[in-house]
Design a protein around this ligand. Structure first.
Ligand SMILES: [Zn+2]
Length: 243
């Protein structure tokens, strides 16, 4: 299994070293994409990727974090970014309405940089699916994109698919209240689906164990374990070509 979205850095985790060891001890978890949230975490993501075989990474300034997108280009040029597979996460988050203009500027700049570096982008859209899609239509991420932790909406899903985009889903789909998410999983072409745990934000109990999420998809779509694993891994490699 490839976990396409996690946050392993010393800001988010108290005992980073131990947490990385846990990842390394799980044989079913082959690769993990460690997502940068600002300059410091992005730098750490690169360092971890060079040290730890399973860890790949992204450089990004999260919509709710401070930072200049140009600093990511500096990082990319200064460090060995051979295992940096994407830019992000970037996007729009309505929980901070006062900064939406700045968030939009950072999103546009991230797409521009991703196109320059030939990398896909990871999108964070919190109550902003519509706004983000409208921006993507104007400024197209040429190497593709994924709506991470997708907030279910069949109309938006349709537009994402028309643009050849991906969605990734995680632990929220295992909750009893996940009716709308399950509709999405029933309807999406399986080639456009990715799996993520967004540890430590969205999955808190079972560290990086994605079995619950995986089994839920398996149940809905009726694949065998091996079939689904191959499909999801291939999807991840298709979007994140450096995996
Ligand atoms: Zn995240």
């Amino acid at each position: 299994m490839i976990d396409t979205h996690a946050h392993f850095n010393s800001t988010d985790l108290k005992n980073l070293k131990q947490e990385i060891e846990i990842v390394n001890s799980k044989p079913y978890l082959n690769k993990i994409i460690n997502v940068g949230l600002d300059y410091e975490t992005s730098k750490e993501v690169v360092e971890i990727s060079l040290r730890e075989e399973k860890f790949y990474g992204t450089l990004g300034i999260h919509p709710l974090h401070e930072g200049n997108i140009s600093s990511l280009l500096e990082l990319y040029q200064q460090l060995d970014c051979s295992k940096i597979v994407a830019l992000g996460e970037t996007g729009l988050d309505k929980s901070s309405p006062d900064t939406l203009k700045q968030q939009e500027k950072k999103l546009l700049e991230t797409i521009e940089l991703a196109n320059f570096l030939s990398l896909p982008i990871i999108i964070h859209a919190d109550n902003t699916n519509r706004e983000v899609i409208d921006i993507l239509k104007k400024q197209i991420p040429k190497e593709g994109f994924v709506f991470h932790c997708f907030q279910p909406d069949l109309e938006i899903l349709d537009e994402i698919l028309k643009m050849n985009g991906y969605i990734s889903v995680g632990t929220p789909i295992t909750r009893k209240t996940a009716k709308k998410s399950l509709e999405v999983i029933k309807n999406i072409p399986i080639e456009n689906l990715l799996i993520e745990l967004d540890y430590p934000y969205m999955s808190k109990e079972s560290t990086i164990d994605g079995r619950n999420v995986f089994n839920k998809i398996k149940l809905i779509r009726g694949y065998t374990h091996r079939e689904l694993e191959t499909i999801l891994d291939n999807n991840a490699k298709k979007l994140f070509k450096k995996l």
